[in-house]
Write a new protein. Structure first.
Length: 631
């Protein structure tokens, strides 16, 4: 099973992550790319690169034939799938093996066994691994699912049998939500995995999401590498992960580890995998699913164990036995990872796209994994996660402090993102006290908690922006002591006297600015692209303009016109010209970065025109539906 050249069948930060270890070990690497990103960082990092198709994932990163052809053309003899895309597709693993390629992942049979969520739970029950109550049957009729839901009780989860990552999953708290949840989960599951089968699972209230990293070799050995706590989530997507879990002690770790290893052995697993558990308020754990791949959050395990998990993947794929026994695994310190998403946490987590104005992730004290570059573009075609900040400290408090500083020192400027929210979440009393649950962020969104209120630019930011914009205007006649400057930021417009009193610009080094405001010197990041001035202060990024360059795009500005809230793909159009609609009626669904956004009628009226069809690619602000308002 020896190999020399690895095709990484993925993109972004995980492709870069895999390539760095592979190259360190002497392997040649091959990147693949779509039309959306021919100059992406993962392409530049690889020894060779090949185009595999158009921007849509179905035409590129999910195209098995295109990937196999790229391996053949490049002479690659192994394939690493990364995570997401085809990483948990047994048909891809099988196709690679049949093409004579080493698949750096588990056997297709193990993937198939764990990929069927209902079948996996049946196997776990047989292996003695505790599972939450649910419905795993083959009868997929709405009538049967609704009957089983009534028997299970609420709240419960509707989950796609295939796939993972939160796709095809709906939380149901009221029975009148169930039919809509079934329809939405089926549609999303079919789109993401090509399989619309569903299962039901009783929700463990106030639960924590804790997972165990396992490794198994082809010689019958399997061990675990401790746990990761992934409880901080929004909409079933992880936001912050850490190891060790602040609620897990040695006995619980040993018990969960034994169950995770038993789960892996029950399906003949080989390679890296993660067994996910939900843990209730009494610290009882229940099997959720197994991810048959490397996880996004694997770096925190690498930090506390000192083990390069990608290196282990490559060595096991080449036939080597596990280098450690369970007794030899050691844990040191505390590691925590924060996921940087191109999304707006203060506007319903809506995904964002656009040019990357500033990105210099050179934080000195932590690790930052990413696959983006300044001057590049974040597109709506793929996942909203663009980078990961990973801090390792002697204890939890030490790691959190390092991570919060890095979020302030290495901001992403351009598309809106969750950097400031991450900084604030790490300091929140409930996070500090390990009192989070998997639904806490969603509950905060519903109740309008302060942490999800958009930060306003501080007074100092307005004054610094005025000083910088005044400087852009160049030298003024000596007779002109100052002038009025109108600045706009976050819906607010102010008129300031420029240059402002008490503000002195001391020095600049690239994007880094040092200034004095009322005698207090401080350092911040400032970029002016001519149209917009971006200031990063205290982990937040504020965009200033001398006038607002963008009209409002939401339907509230004109209830007769529904526009795309973000750049994305039209998933569904539910109306045609001439239809009569009522206020609040769903019209169009736009999908971007794994998220569906519905546009509803702002008023009652008749559909005058529909300007898009399903599968159309649309830019933010594109007019989709026009109404004639009822008089």
């Amino acid at each position: 099973m020896s190999f020399e050249k690895i095709l990484v069948a993925n993109r972004g930060e995980i492709a870069c992550r895999v390539m760095r270890t592979a190259q360190r070990l002497g392997y040649r690497t091959v990147a693949v790319f779509s039309d959306a990103e021919p100059l992406a960082p993962h392409v530049a990092l690889a020894d060779e690169a090949l185009r595999i198709g158009e921007a849509a994932a179905a035409a590129s990163y999910l195209n098995i034939e295109a990937l196999l052809d790229a391996a053949r053309r490049s002479g690659a003899d192994a394939v690493h799938p990364g995570y997401g895309f085809l990483s948990e597709r047994p048909d891809f693993a099988t196709a690679c093996v049949e093409a004579g390629l080493v698949f750096i992942g588990p056997p297709a049979a193990a993937m198939r066994a764990m990929g069927d969520k209902a079948g996996a739970k049946r196997r776990m029950i047989a292996a003695g691994v505790p599972c939450a109550p649910g419905y795993l049957g083959e009868d997929q009729s709405d009538e049967r699912l609704m009957s089983e839901a009534e028997a299970l009780g609420l709240p419960l989860l509707v989950k796609a049998v295939a796939g993972g990552g939160g796709r095809g999953m709906r939380l149901v708290r009221r029975f009148d939500e169930l039919r809509t949840a079934l329809e939405g989960a089926r549609r999303e599951a079919m789109s993401a995995f090509g399989d619309q089968a569903l299962m039901l699972e009783r929700l463990v209230a106030d639960g924590r999401h804790i997972e165990i990293q396992i490794f198994a070799d082809a010689h019958g050995h399997a061990i675990h590498l401790g746990e990761r706590d992934c409880t901080a989530q929004r909409r079933r997507q992880k936001v912050i992960e850490e190891s060790p879990s602040p609620v897990v002690g040695p006995a619980m770790r040993a018990a969960m580890g034994r169950d995770a290893v038993a789960a892996a052995l029950a399906v003949g697993y080989v390679g890296a995998g993660t067994v996910e558990f939900i843990v209730d308020a009494d610290l009882r754990h229940y099997f959720l699913e197994m991810n048959t791949r490397l996880q996004v959050e694997h770096p925190v395990t690498e930090c506390v164990t000192g083990i390069d998990l990608v290196e282990w993947q490559l060595r096991i794929a080449s036939g080597e036995p596990l280098p450690f026994t369970q007794e030899q695994v050691r844990f040191e310190g505390h590691a925590i990872e924060a996921r940087l998403y191109a999304e707006d946490p203060y506007d319903g987590w809506k995904p964002q796209a656009g040019p990357i104005v500033g990105w210099r992730p050179d934080a000195a004290s932590i690790r930052i994994d990413h696959g983006i570059a300044e001057g590049g573009v974040i597109t709506p075609w793929y996942d909203a996660m663009v980078a990961k900040y990973i801090a390792h400290g002697r204890d939890r408090e030490d790691a959190v402090r390092r991570l919060r500083r890095a979020l302030e020192d290495a901001p992403l400027l351009g598309p809106a993102n969750n950097g400031r929210f991450l900084r604030d979440l790490l300091a929140h009393p409930q996070f500090a006290a390990a009192a989070m649950t998997t639904t806490r962020l969603d509950e905060w969104a519903e109740t309008g908690e302060a942490i999800l209120q958009r930060p306003a630019p501080p007074e100092a930011a307005w004054r610094i922006a005025a000083a910088l914009r005044a400087g852009r205007r160049g030298q003024r006649p000596a007779s002109v002591a100052g002038f009025d400057l109108s600045l706009h930021c976050q819906g607010e417009t102010r008129t300031l006297r420029a240059p402002p009193a008490g503000v002195t610009l001391l020095s600049r080094d690239g994007h880094e600015l040092r200034c004095s405001v009322d005698g207090l010197q401080r350092r911040l990041v400032a970029i002016d692209d001519g149209r917009t001035l971006y200031l990063a202060i205290d982990g937040a990024v504020f965009a200033f303009a001398e006038r607002s360059p963008y009209p409002r795009l939401d339907s509230a500005a004109d209830p007769a016109r529904s526009r795309a809230p973000v750049a994305g793909i039209v998933a569904q159009v539910l109306v045609t010209p001439g239809d009569q609609v009522v206020a609040g009626q769903p019209l169009v669904c736009v999908e971007a970065m794994k998220m569906e956004m519905w546009l509803n009628a702002g008023v009652a009226g008749r559909v005058r025109a529909v300007h898009a069809a399903a599968k159309d690619s649309v830019a933010a602000g594109t007019l989709l539906v026009e109404l004639e308002i009822d008089s």
